[in-house]
Design a protein around this ligand. Structure first.
Ligand code: MG
Length: 377
């Protein structure tokens, strides 16, 4: 399927599946699926995300992000989904499309069997979390459209309780460039900064010369000793910082627990945890968790993780990858039940293809549309 056909078919809300995947009946014979079949039809295409600015992290820099766009069709209704694959998560266009090619979702005549569909995906391969998330998001979009409601309503959440989102900036050695980056954050009520680089304190000082809005810090596993991590937490506590995310490598569990016991700031797990079973263990070394759909296999388990974390008395943060408004708006459905949101991934790319989440006065604003609430641009 070429891109033009994909987009045209999507825009028209086609009554026929955009691709007619081959599936196999019980006796092993190939059958072709068509629209209005009462079956789920999956189609997908790679879509490279182009970053507005190069992204500097503790361990690498990048200018594009691989991504796969997904559609799930059922009786003429189309749900949109997406897999975003930042390199450090170990998935690629090849691994995602390979996984999706193995799926035979046409075996599900009832799209509301979310649990069964997830169990089936987990039985096909144990990992491939972003690939599973793309199906899960498209499924939620589809189900919300069938029910005629957005997911925040289905979950019983008040959209006015959605938090402010942070906006991420990175250090620039050129003071003029650095000031321009800081000024670019003006519409946001929280600035997120990546640490674990050579200029951690200089970055905070540059920000504090321009603005006193709260910051939050993501060390991206970049601090290598518990003493340094704790010293940074104390220093950041004096700088109107809200929390510190993943201060040390995820393997340094005992050291992180040591810092958590002494830090004046909450310590949030990101790289440490992926899915629901990780939440309970995270509670021993972290004050909170950062939930991302590309880690959690999508909205279904993300919601369960948020519920469990709250039951354990933990803070909940909702993050995203560099991705289009499709996956970010899907995540935003959950935002009224979290403490902090970091939903700026769609703002970092130059080729978004959806209209969805809006940031109004710094606050996450969820569109009042069924499903995940996105429309193709
Ligand atoms: Mg992080």
């Amino acid at each position: 399927m070429d891109r033009r056909n994909f987009l045209r078919t999507s825009a028209l809300g086609a009554m026929v599946a955009v691709a007619s995947p081959i599936s196999f009946s019980a006796n092993g014979q190939a059958t072709k699926q068509t629209g209005r079949s009462g079956r789920l039809n999956l189609s997908f295409e790679p879509y490279e995300l182009k970053l507005k600015h190069a992204f500097n992290l503790a361990k690498h820099q990048r200018t594009t992000t691989p991504d796969v766009q997904v559609q799930l069709e059922y009786d003429g209704i189309i749900g949109y989904g997406e897999a975003s694959m930042p390199p450090y998560l170990g998935e690629s266009v090849e691994s995602v499309t390979s996984f999706l090619s193995k799926l035979d979702l046409s075996q599900f005549s009832d799209p509301f069997r979310i649990e069964e569909i997830h169990d089936y995906m987990d039985s096909v391969a144990p990992n491939n979390r972003a690939a599973k998330a793309s199906v899960d998001i498209a499924l939620h979009d589809l189900l919300g459209k069938i029910m005629g409601q957005p997911w925040y309503k289905i979950w019983g959440l008040d959209p006015s309780k959605a938090p402010n989102t942070s906006f991420t900036i990175s250090y620039d050695a050129n003071p003029v460039e650095m000031q321009a980056k800081i000024d670019e954050t003006a519409p946001f009520k929280v600035i997120k900064i990546k640490m674990g680089l050579d200029h951690d304190k200089e970055l905070v000082k540059a920000i504090r010369e321009r603005t006193d809005v709260p910051i939050c810090v993501d060390a991206n596993q970049g601090w290598s000793s518990k003493e340094h991590a704790l010293e940074m937490c104390h220093w950041l506590n004096e700088q109107n910082c809200l929390f510190v995310e993943q201060p040390m490598p995820k393997e340094m569990f005992e050291e992180t627990a040591w810092v958590k016991e002494r830090s004046p700031l909450p310590i949030i797990a990101d790289e440490f945890l992926q899915r629901l079973p990780d939440v309970r263990r995270a509670a021993q070394a972290y004050d909170g968790i950062n939930i991302k759909l590309m880690k959690s296999t999508g909205m279904h388990e993300a919601y369960q993780m948020a519920v469990l974390a709250r039951a354990l008395g933990m803070k909940v943060m909702l993050g995203c990858m560099t991705e289009t408004s499709c996956a970010v708006t899907a995540a935003a459905q959950l935002s009224p039940m979290v403490d902090w949101a970091d939903l700026d991934g769609n703002l970092l790319i130059a080729n978004d293809r959806f209209d969805g989440i809006k940031i109004v006065d710094g606050q996450v604003t969820i569109p009042d549309r069924p499903g995940i609430g996105v429309e193709l641009l």
